[in-house]
Design a protein around this ligand. Structure first.
Ligand SMILES: Cc1cc2nc3c(=O)[nH]c(=O)nc-3n(C[C@H](O)[C@H](O)[C@H](O)COP(=O)(O)O)c2cc1C
Length: 253
């Protein structure tokens, strides 16, 4: 292809999709950075409903996430109203029953089986920071149990999302999936909404999958709460730490 032809092709592409090549205005840059920086895991939501149209817009935009050879390995179940409440009731019953709880186990390892520093330190810190805010003392198992149970109530959110993947998909598709999930969370911010991604659901896949009508070819990846954050809830004031750039980046030149 000559440079003239390729220039013409680039011009045609940019004419049809001008925003793709435009340098962001300061306002646009601010909006993108704010969406990323204000995405926090929210653990107390207001009951304010989210219109189905908004949920569709969020998921449609998130589906612009990249995936290897454009395989788009995501499948989403949106739970609201009685469908969500019925699942919550069933999950809480299973979580509160020691026998049933023990019988429900994960299908995939989200976490390492052998914990090491610095991961274990970060894990402990976020746990104690959250419990500290809520006034839950170390060793107060009843209150810890109750706080964890809030996962199964979608932290009061009006929308619960369940994400599944076809069992034939491999590790690379899980990488794609993470990008999709982050895109869902960022797109939610564009609508003033907040989220909490939740692996807490995965041990209960035997209950969740039939409830949402997922086939046996699918595997539960995680769940997510979606809605308006409750600004008065103390747990939503948790700001988690991050390693500074110098701690995880090496510049080579
Ligand atoms: C895939 C995934 C699963 C998670 N599962 C849960 C969960 O089950 N319950 C919960 O309260 N938080 C859950 N979290 C939230 C993390 O604890 C949180 O992202 C982390 O502490 C950093 O805090 P931030 O999201 O507010 O930045 C999960 C996060 C991810 C990415």
């Amino acid at each position: 292809m000559t440079s003239t032809t390729s220039d013409a092709a680039a011009d045609a592409a940019s004419a049809s999709r001008p925003a793709l090549y435009a340098v962001p205005t300061p306002l646009e840059r601010h909006a993108i950075e704010t969406a990323i920086a204000t995405r926090h895991s929210i653990r107390a939501f207001l009951p304010t409903p989210v219109p189905e149209e908004t949920i569709r817009a969020i998921l449609g935009l998130a589906a612009r996430a990249p995936s290897g050879t454009n395989t788009q390995p995501w499948k989403v179940y949106v739970l609201t109203g009685e469908a969500k409440r019925a699942l919550s009731r069933r999950l809480l019953a299973a979580y509160d029953d020691p026998v049933e709880h023990a019988a429900n186990t994960e299908e995939y390892d989200y976490y390492p089986t052998e914990w090491r520093s610095p991961y274990i330190d970060r894990r402990r810190k976020v746990g104690w920071d959250l419990y500290g805010l809520l006034g839950i003392a170390k060793g107060d198992k009843a209150r810890m149990h109750a706080q964890h149970a809030r996962n199964y109530q979608f932290f009061g959110a009006p929308v619960g999302l369940m994400f599944t993947i076809d069992r034939i998909m491999r590790q690379g598709s899980w990488l794609d999936y993470g990008m999709f999930l982050q895109s869902v969370m960022l797109a939610a911010r564009a609508h003033g909404l907040h989220t909490c991604p939740q692996a807490a659901f995965t041990p209960f896949h035997r209950i969740i999958m039939p409830h949402i009508g997922a086939s046996e070819n699918e595997q539960l990846v995680c769940g997510m709460s979606l809605g308006h954050a409750d600004p008065a809830a103390i747990e939503n004031s948790l700001v988690t730490e991050r390693e500074p750039v110098a701690g995880f980046v090496r510049f080579l030149s």
